[in-house]
Design a binder for this molecule. Sequence first.
Ligand code: SF4
Length: 462
Amino acid sequence: MNNFTEEQYKYIEKIKTITSEYQTIPKCCIVTFGCQMNAKDSEKLLGILLSCGYEETDDEEIADIVIFNTCTVRENANQRLYGRIGQLKNSAMKNKNKIIGICGCMMQEEDEVLNIKKKYPYVKIIFGTYNIHALAEILYKALTTKEKVYEVLKEPIAIVEDLPIENKFKFKCGINIMYGCNNFCSYCIVPYVRGRERSRNEEDILNEIKFHVKNGVKEIMLLGQNVNSYGNDKNDENINFVNLLKKVVKVEELKRVRFMTSHPKDFSYELIEVIKENDKICKHIHLPIQSGSNDILKSMNRKYTREEYLELVEKIKNNIEDVSITTDIIVGYPNETERDFEDTIDIIKKVEFDSVFTFKYSKRTGTKAAEMAGQVDDSVVTDRFNRLLEVVNEVVGSKSKKYINKIVEVLVEDIEREKDMLVSRTGNNYLVYFKSNKYKIGDFAKVKIVKSHGFYFTGEEV
Ligand code: SF4
């Protein structure tokens, strides 16, 4: 345990003393916006608050502390946040001890912090992406001084390990392997608000995985903005994503390993080999292409061509049986012509993706793309987006038919009460609904796929 961690545990103990004197157990509520990295950060925030003596509620009105963990990838994300904070004004006025806090990516932007200071004076704590671990310290200051505590760091400090964490699911969890991004795709704000790549130590990652597995986790998702560049900042060629995966699969009792997100420019042949050779590694690769046009890919600063992408997909498919490949597409990026768009449609058909996350380009202030001339008219973007969806539905629908009558292993993740069905997921990331009295959440089951509904299947227990 390093000094910083020890320090935070001292603050946790101090807050515990305070909360133990309350007449009722205080309640906390974490509201999460955005991606899996934020979801993971929220599990850390919740872990800290539970250790401080709070109990969780999903009711923002009655909570003694509400923390909004924000996302800033989209330009208008702040409007949703401001709406939610506005709704809490009355309860903040009635309960002077209520603490409303905001953290995450949006707080790395000075203008947003200034706006909150001015318009929402009842927000008591603000912190950013680089000091999420310091929640106990920040909260302690707020509780004891009754002053507002706004602490947003401009640069990352050391990676802080071993703080409490509360998983949302008991049977699966995400594991950060690195933070930040070095890629500066022209449309993306992430490198500006999450900083440069910082890889965690292998030992810390493996210890965390073992800890969760001991507590019942069967499936983990290794998380990073670009997991393929794990270790590049370590000055040791043995520390890389392939070697990390080889060690992770050796963790006993761990059944499934996923990872997200892969950058096509860094996806190596060695990685394909490791996936192929290890049953524990799920045969699902999320490989964002963003556009099928070389001109647009260049302008996006993606650093691969459509030909290189197709070559990579070919290698993956030739080597990994039943692999599913999913992707992200942005339509309407600045200067996208009809020809560029057709290239995107063409690559979707060529690759036959198993699923496609489609986005209309939206200008994000602070990025290079937002300054570009040639922003595409909204009506054109909408028209292309609708045409894209038609093609995606067609491709995904026809691809999924090959699974009919197959017997697959699934992990039960949820219960769909209305349909009285279990919701489960295959290794290659397809959702399968099936009826069963035998299995429960967290169990593995064998299911025969009966019907394809495009983005999910229904099946029968075997
Ligand atoms: S790889 Fe590109 S899109 Fe992904 S986080 Fe980094 S800059 Fe953003």
